[in-house]
Design a protein around this ligand. Structure first.
Ligand code: HEM
Ligand SMILES: *[C@@H]1O[C@H](CO)[C@@H](O)[C@H](O)[C@H]1NC(C)=O
Ligand SMILES: *[C@@H]1O[C@H](CO)[C@@H](O)[C@H](O)[C@H]1NC(C)=O
Ligand SMILES: *[C@@H]1O[C@H](CO)[C@@H](O)[C@H](O)[C@H]1NC(C)=O
Ligand SMILES: *[C@@H]1O[C@H](CO)[C@@H](O)[C@H](O)[C@H]1NC(C)=O
Ligand SMILES: *[C@@H]1O[C@H](CO)[C@@H](O)[C@H](O)[C@H]1NC(C)=O
Ligand SMILES: *[C@@H]1O[C@H](CO)[C@@H](O)[C@H](O)[C@H]1NC(C)=O
Ligand SMILES: *[C@@H]1O[C@H](CO)[C@@H](O)[C@H](O)[C@H]1NC(C)=O
Ligand SMILES: *[C@@H]1O[C@H](CO)[C@@H](O)[C@H](O)[C@H]1NC(C)=O
Length: 511
C-alpha cells in the first residue's frame, strides 16, 4: 500500500455559526465534555487518526470507521433497538468482528469517556475524526448516546452472504438499497481486508498482509473511480473467491447507476456526510441526541468557588473563538445576600489571557484557536455571589456587548457545598484527594463522590478532613479517589437538602 505523507489539510475559512446547532447553557456537563473532546483537548480520539496515520498496515481511521459501522449494525429499525451504543464491546468474539483493529480501537477510546459521555459517543467522534483525518469532509456530531450493557444481535453483514441478505440487513439498519451502495462505497474508501483474518478472501499473498480497497490512502472517491475504470484491487470486487465478491454485487446491483453518480467528488462527499452521519446517529429509539455540536462562541468553564483567607475565591474562564481581535473582557458579579457591590455589579479584568490550540476538527470548521480569559475574583464572604456575566469589547469600533448565558446569567446555585481545588491534591501515590468545604454543616451530612470510569461507577464517601481545620464558616471533608478519575460528581445531603456538584478532573489551571 502506498502511503502518501501529505498533511490532509482542508481549506478553512468556513463560518462556524451553524443554524440549529446545540446551544451551550452553562452549566451543562454533557455539552461541556463533548465540546472539550471535539474541539479543544488533545486526547487519543482527537489525535490518533490525524494525517490518516498507519496502523497494522491499514490506517487508524479505517479501523475506527469499521468499528463504528459494526457497532451500529445491530440496529433494528422495526423494533427501534440497537444502533450506535457501544454494544460492540460485548461482541468482539464473533467472526463478524474479527480483527485486531476492533480491539485496539476500543482501547484507543478507553480513557476518554466520563460519567456524562459514554463510549458510544466517543466511537462516533472517532469516526468523524477518522474521516476528516484522512482529508474527508466534516460530519456533524450529535451527542447523548447511551452505552449498551450487553451484546446486540449478530447482524453485521458478511461478504459471503448474497445480495438479498445485504439489502435486507441494510433495510433493517434503516438504509435503502441505493443508500447501501453509497454507504459501502464511503466505508470502503479506507483500509482493506487483512489476510490473517480472511484467508479465504485474500487468497494471494500480499507483502503487507492487507489487500487495500484502494491504491491510494485518504478518504475520497478513488474507490468509486477505480471500480468504474476496472482497475480496482478491492478483493470484495475482484477477488478470486466469487462467493465473497460482496462489493461487486452491491456496487453493480442497480446497473452501476449509484456508483456513476459518486464519480463526482462533491457528490461523494455530500452523500458520505449524510449517510455516515445517519449511521452514527442511528441509536435505540429510547435515546434522544442533542442538536449538532459546533464550536461554541462563548464557553464558561473551570469555575471554582472556595473559601480562602477570609474571603471566597472565585475562579472562572471565558473561552471565546479567536478571530484575531484584541478584546477587552470584564467579568461582573452580584452578591447573594445584602449589599456589597456597586449597582452595576462588582467587576474585574482577567488576570491572564491565553491562546488555546483547537483540535484538527475545529480547524476544519474554520476555528483555528480559542482565547481563554481567566478571572480570579475575591468575593466578600458575608454577601457571597449569586451570578456573574461578562462584558466584551472587540476594540474594533463596534459596541461592547454582554455575554450572560443567553440572558439567563451564569447562576451560582449555592455556596453550601464547594469543591476546593487549593486544598485538594493529585499525586500518583494517593490519587485524587478531593476536598470539599461545607458551610455550617449540622451533624447530618452525607456526602459521596461518584465517578464513572470505563463503564464502572465508583462511589467513595467523604470523611471529616482532620488536616484542614474549619475556617471562614466552612468545614472540610475529604474523599480519596484512586485510579483514573476523569470527572466526579459530589452528591451531598446537608441538613436534608440535596446538593450536586460536577467537578471536571484536572482542569485547575494556576491554582
Ligand atoms: C455488506 C456490507 C459490508 C461487508 C460485507 C463488509 C465487509 C468488510 C470486510 C470483510 C472487511 C475486511 C475487515 C478486515 O480485514 O479487518 C471490511 C473492511 C472495512 N469495512 Fe466493510 N463491509 C461492509 C460494509 C461496510 C460499511 C457500511 C462500512 C462503513 C461505512 C465499512 C467500513 C469498512 C472499513 C473502514 C474497513 C477497513 C478496516 C481496516 O482496514 O481496518 N464496511 N469490510
Ligand atoms: C470462498 O469463500 C467462502 C466463504 O468464506 C468459502 O466457504 C469457500 O470455501 C471459499 N472458496 C474458496 C475456493 O476458497
Ligand atoms: C506490514 O507490512 C510489512 C511489509 O511491508 C510487514 O513486514 C509487516 O509485518 C506488516 N505489519 C503488520 C502488523 O501486519
Ligand atoms: C458495473 O461496473 C463494473 C466495473 O466496471 C463492471 O464490471 C460491470 O459490468 C458493470 N455492470 C453493469 C450492469 O454495467
Ligand atoms: C491588546 O490591548 C491591550 C490594551 O488594550 C494592550 O496592552 C496589548 O498590548 C494589546 N495586545 C496586542 C497583542 O495587541
Ligand atoms: C442577570 O443579572 C443582571 C445583573 O444583576 C440582572 O439585572 C438581571 O435581571 C439578571 N437576569 C436574570 C434572567 O436573572
Ligand atoms: C443545618 O442545621 C443546623 C442545625 O439546625 C444549623 O445550625 C445549620 O445552619 C444548618 N446548615 C445549613 C447549611 O442549612
Ligand atoms: C448517603 O448517600 C448515598 C449516596 O447518595 C446513599 O446511597 C446512602 O444511602 C446515604 N446514606 C445515608 C446514611 O443516608
Ligand atoms: C487569585 O488571587 C489570590 C489572592 O490575590 C491569590 O492568592 C491566588 O494565587 C490567585 N490565584 C490565581 C489562580 O491566580
Amino acid at each position: 500500500m502506498r502511503h502518501t505523507l501529505r498533511g490532509f489539510l482542508c481549506l478553512a475559512g468556513t463560518v462556524h455559526l451553524v443554524l440549529g446547532a446545540a446551544v451551550f447553557n452553562w452549566p451543562d456537563p454533557l455539552l461541556d465534555s463533548l465540546d472539550h473532546l471535539l474541539y479543544l483537548t488533545a486526547t487519543p480520539v482527537s489525535t490518533l487518526a490525524l494525517n490518516c496515520g498507519m496502523r497494522d498496515n491499514s490506517t487508524v481511521a479505517a479501523q475506527w470507521l469499521r468499528l463504528a459501522y459494526h457497532d451500529m449494525a445491530t440496529h433494528d429499525s422495526t423494533t427501534g433497538t440497537g444502533g450506535l451504543d457501544a454494544s460492540i464491546a460485548f461482541e468482539l468474539d464473533r467472526p463478524q468482528n474479527v480483527g485486531v483493529g476492533m480491539t485496539i480501537s476500543l482501547l484507543d477510546f478507553a480513557s476518554v469517556p466520563n460519567q456524562y459521555v459514554g463510549k458510544a459517543d466517543v466511537i462516533a467522534i472517532g469516526a468523524i475524526n477518522a474521516v476528516v483525518g484522512c482529508g474527508g469532509p466534516a460530519i456533524p456530531f450529535r451527542g447523548g448516546r447511551i452505552d449498551a450493557t450487553e451484546a446486540g444481535p449478530a447482524t453485521v453483514p458478511e461478504p459471503q452472504q448474497d445480495l438479498a441478505s445485504h439489502v435486507a440487513s441494510f433495510k433493517a439498519q434503516g438504509f435503502s438499497e441505493t443508500e447501501m451502495i453509497s454507504l459501502v462505497a464511503c466505508g470502503h474508501s479506507l483500509g482493506g481486508v487483512q489476510q490473517v483474518d480472511f484467508p479465504l478472501i485474500v487468497t494471494e499473498d500480499v507483502p503487507t498482509g492487507i489487500q487495500t480497497f484502494v491504491s491510494t490512502v485518504g478518504f475520497d472517491n478513488t474507490v468509486v473511480k477505480e471500480y468504474l475504470k476496472g482497475t480496482t484491487e478491492n478483493v470484495l470486487v475482484v477477488g478470486s473467491n466469487i462467493t465473497t465478491r460482496s462489493d461487486l454485487r452491491i456496487f453493480s446491483s442497480d446497473g452501476n447507476v449509484t456508483m456513476q453518480s459518486l464519480a463526482s467528488p462533491e457528490t461523494f462527499n455530500a452523500v458520505c456526510v449524510d449517510l455516515i452521519g445517519r449511521m452514527l446517529d442511528t441509536v435505540p429509539s429510547t435515546v434522544t441526541l442533542t442538536d449538532p455540536i459546533e464550536p461554541f462562541d462563548f464557553k464558561v468553564w473551570n469555575t471554582f468557588l472556595f473559601p480562602q483567607g477570609g474571603s471566597l475565591a472565585f475562579l472562572a474562564t471565558l473561552r471565546i473563538i479567536d478571530t484575531g481581535l484584541n478584546r477587552t473582557v470584564t467579568m461582573f458579579w452580584k452578591e447573594r445576600t445584602g449589599t456589597f457591590c456597586p449597582a452595576a455589579g462588582c467587576s474585574i479584568p482577567p488576570f491572564k489571557v491565553s491562546t488555546d490550540d483547537a483540535t484538527f476538527l475545529a480547524t476544519v470548521k474554520g476555528v483555528m484557536a480559542f482565547k481563554s480569559h481567566l478571572f480570579n475574583a475575591t468575593i466578600d464572604l458575608a454577601t457571597s455571589i449569586s451570578h456573574f456575566w461578562f462584558e466584551v469589547n472587540d476594540n474594533d469600533g463596534s459596541a461592547p456587548f454582554i455575554v450572560d448565558n443567553h440572558g439567563a446569567n451564569y447562576t451560582i446555585d449555592h455556596d453550601v457545598v464547594l469543591y476546593d481545588p487549593r486544598r485538594s491534591s493529585v499525586t500518583e501515590f494517593d490519587g485524587w484527594m478531593m476536598v470539599v468545604g461545607v458551610k455550617d454543616p449540622s451533624t447530618s451530612i452525607n456526602m459521596t463522590a461518584l465517578t464513572t470510569f470505563a463503564g464502572k461507577t465508583v462511589t467513595v464517601p467523604f470523611e471529616l478532613d482532620s488536616s484542614n481545620p474549619s475556617t471562614d464558616g466552612y468545614t472540610f471533608y475529604t474523599s480519596q479517589l484512586r485510579g483514573p478519575t476523569p470527572t466526579t460528581t459530589v452528591l451531598a445531603a446537608v441538613n436534608g437538602t440535596a446538593y450536586s456538584l460536577w467537578v471536571p478532573f484536572m482542569t485547575t489551571p494556576g491554582v
